[in-house]
Design a protein around this ligand. Structure first.
Ligand SMILES: *[C@@H]1O[C@H](CO)[C@@H](O)[C@H](O)[C@H]1NC(C)=O
Ligand SMILES: *[C@@H]1O[C@H](CO)[C@@H](O)[C@H](O)[C@H]1NC(C)=O
Ligand SMILES: *[C@@H]1O[C@H](CO)[C@@H](O)[C@H](O)[C@H]1NC(C)=O
Ligand SMILES: *[C@@H]1O[C@H](CO)[C@@H](O)[C@H](O)[C@H]1NC(C)=O
Ligand SMILES: *[C@@H]1O[C@H](CO)[C@@H](O)[C@H](O)[C@H]1NC(C)=O
Ligand SMILES: *[C@@H]1O[C@H](CO)[C@@H](O)[C@H](O)[C@H]1NC(C)=O
Ligand SMILES: *[C@@H]1O[C@H](CO)[C@@H](O)[C@H](O)[C@H]1NC(C)=O
Ligand SMILES: *[C@@H]1O[C@H](CO)[C@@H](O)[C@H](O)[C@H]1NC(C)=O
Ligand SMILES: *[C@@H]1O[C@H](CO)[C@@H](O)[C@H](O)[C@H]1NC(C)=O
Ligand SMILES: *[C@@H]1O[C@H](CO)[C@@H](O)[C@H](O)[C@H]1NC(C)=O
Ligand SMILES: *[C@@H]1O[C@H](CO)[C@@H](O)[C@H](O)[C@H]1NC(C)=O
Ligand SMILES: *[C@@H]1O[C@H](CO)[C@@H](O)[C@H](O)[C@H]1NC(C)=O
Length: 497
């Protein structure tokens, strides 16, 4: 660092135009300095001028000129689209007669023009009229950063907003693996925005994007169930037995409860604000924050009975408060009224035996209730399919996805664990656990489509891959898909738009 004394002078042109900055505010170095470029295209003009005043006036007339240098002996006058802050620097010159002028930029110079009708910047030095909007906007190669027109940045420069990079050089501000703006890269290689020929780009909203695991509220360990609560807050069941809530855009989780085993799946009832939590290895369903349990007797044994839950997985609650609970080893879905001491089988074999016909299940995981149509969707894990039961007492289901054996073809699934039914009830998203991918199916379709993860079923830890995804949820607007990427100890978000 070096310091020099500025003196500031104003070009004396007293035009009667209100609200405009016709003249630049320019700071001039003492003699003995020149400007050093970082990129040659930042040199706008190299000419000669009689005096520093005429060189300065030339800069003033070019909206893009932010810096100039002038040598009073050689008369060289160079105008630069560079500011010495982000690019280029003022250096000691071998010529003792060279000086550098820097156009001073501050928010007050823009406050009366930015976004105003073009008449306000007709004679302005800092902003130009945009033909598109007929308003005063930043000149080319600069962008509005909220208070001034800052110069756009070059490749690999750190950037903080999408348009902060030289668009004329096809640069854009890419996102890092946390979804935060990071650096200027070519739009041609930008993984975050160019996904048409690649797999979907996920950003890590909870946990570390590197896949590391530490037992604290910022990082996760083998997350299981996830769901959305009010205000886009997300509930996450962590492998350290914690139930955590992450409020929107907050990576620091709020620990809500420490269970004795890991919380498995959730149902958030937005009528009551209660969160229903299955804890598979404790053979219990517990409601947060009341701590009520199903069965209310608290009985928990490791065999199949309608009086208790044996390794419960999926949970759903209807508008009457009836609770539907899947049991992994009992291959059934039972329905419980609140405060009841026993359930009734509504899907799967009443004996608890597994099967693969249209009445039976083999390892049911999460479930979704479509109350309006009296449907219950069941992730039929070991049958590699999604079943839709009619809640009419017949106990008969149709296969709405998979059912073509375990595999990674787009017609197949491999041990799915979770499903999400869209608000339109026409599509389901499937957490295809052993294929390390998320599939989307039309309810009446015969083939799925990979929306996250590697379509060929390969696991990985990059932004494009997943490793044993356990649970999925969409935001209220269905713009984003959230995936608990269990073996990568993180929750990934994928844009669906
Ligand atoms: C003006 O509008 C055209 C067409 O919509 C667009 O391609 C161009 O980028 C716009 N220019 C500016 C400066 O916003
Ligand atoms: C930008 O960074 C990449 C990777 O770090 C490097 O390969 C490339 O040469 C850099 N480009 C420029 C213009 O600095
Ligand atoms: C930017 O991309 C366009 C379209 O691909 C191409 O025509 C143009 O030459 C590129 N410009 C630069 C500076 O790379
Ligand atoms: C895009 O992803 C590929 C493959 O993961 C990686 O090699 C490349 O560096 C990424 N490009 C950028 C600009 O991050
Ligand atoms: C969580 O652990 C990471 C890694 O050790 C650490 O950087 C971070 O500060 C921790 N966060 C909290 C809230 O303790
Ligand atoms: C949701 O946000 C609103 C408005 O910020 C707030 O009043 C309310 O308490 C929040 N609800 C929950 C459950 O956090
Ligand atoms: C949860 O509680 C258990 C038993 O009290 C304790 O050993 C464990 O450290 C707690 N876990 C967390 C993440 O606080
Ligand atoms: C509760 O969820 C249902 C179904 O997703 C939705 O239709 C309803 O608007 C939600 N109600 C509130 C209060 O958020
Ligand atoms: C629920 O259980 C937790 C943990 O034992 C306890 O801290 C909390 O106070 C209980 N809540 C109610 C409403 O009893
Ligand atoms: C289930 O477990 C309970 C408690 O251990 C036991 O009393 C009961 O006999 C068992 N039932 C069967 C069918 O094994
Ligand atoms: C269910 O399977 C039975 C026996 O295989 C068959 O008769 C019946 O048509 C099937 N029902 C549906 C809805 O597929
Ligand atoms: C799946 O895709 C990945 C990445 O494109 C590739 O490395 C791998 O070899 C493929 N695996 C199979 C079985 O095709």
């Amino acid at each position: 660092m070096f310091f020099f004394h500025f003196f500031i002078f104003f070009i004396l042109l007293n035009l009667p135009i209100a609200h405009t900055n016709y003249e630049s505010r320019i700071a001039i170095t003492p003699s003995g300095y020149e400007f050093q470029l970082t990129y040659s295209i930042q040199l706008l003009v190299s000419t000669t001028a009689q005096t520093i005043i005429t060189c300065s006036a030339a800069c003033n007339q070019l909206a893009s000129c932010r810096t100039f240098d002038f040598d009073s002996v050689s008369k060289r006058c160079r105008l630069f689209e560079a500011d010495g802050i982000t690019t280029g620097s003022i250096i000691v010159s071998s010529s003792l007669t060279s000086r550098v002028g820097t156009v001073q930029i501050s928010s007050d110079l823009y406050s009366s023009t930015h976004n105003q009708p073009c008449t306000w910047c007709q004679m302005d030095r800092y902003e130009t009229c945009s033909a598109n909007t007929s308003t005063c906007q930043c000149p080319r190669n600069s962008y509005w950063d909220g208070s001034v027109c800052a110069l756009q940045l070059f490749q690999n420069n750190t950037c903080k907003q999408q348009n902060a990079c030289r668009s004329d050089l096809n640069l854009t501000c890419t996102l890092d693996c946390y979804g935060l703006f990071s650096k200027c890269v070519s739009i041609l290689t930008d993984n975050a925005t160019h996904t048409s020929t690649m797999m979907a780009y996920g950003t890590t909203v909870v946990g570390a994007c590197s896949g590391s695991s530490v037992m604290n509220q910022t990082l996760l360990t083998a997350p299981a169930g996830i769901t959305m609560g009010r205000n886009s807050s997300m509930y996450v069941g962590d492998g350290t037995n914690l139930l955590l809530r992450f409020d929107q855009n907050n990576r620091l989780g709020i620990p809500l409860q420490n269970y004795s085993m890991w919380p498995t799946f959730f149902f958030y009832d937005n009528r009551t604000s209660l969160l229903y939590v299955t804890i598979m290895e404790s053979c219990i369903l517990q409601i947060w924050p009341t701590n009520k349990t199903i069965p209310y007797t608290g009985l928990a044994f490791r065999n199949c009975s309608l009086n208790w839950l044996y390794r419960p997985t999926g949970v759903a609650v209807d508008s009457q408060g009836n609770i539907y609970i899947a049991s992994l080893p009992c291959n059934w879905i039972t329905k419980w009224t609140m405060n009841s001491s026993s359930g009734i089988v509504i899907a799967g074999s009443p004996t608890g035996s597994s099967g693969s016909d249209n009445k039976t299940l083999f390892g049911p995981y999460n479930i979704v209730l479509d109350e309006a149509n009296s449907y219950l969707y069941v992730t039929d894990r070991y049958n590699n399919r999604i079943q839709r039961f009619m809640l009419d007492g017949s106990g008969v289901a149709v296969t709405v996805a998979g059912g073509n054996g375990a595999g990674s073809a787009q017609t197949q699934l491999r041990q799915p664990t979770d499903i999400y039914l869209t608000k339109s009830k026409t599509e389901i998203y499937i957490c295809d656990n052993f294929n390390h991918r998320i599939q989307k199916w039309n309810i009446s379709g015969t083939v799925g489509m990979t929306v996250a993860g590697n379509p060929n079923g390969t696991a990985g830890s990059s932004q494009f891959s997943l490793n044993r995804p356990y649970s999925i949820v969409l935001d209220i607007q269905e713009n984003y898909l959230y995936v608990s990427d269990s073996s990568n100890n993180r929750v990934q978000r994928f844009s669906l738009r």
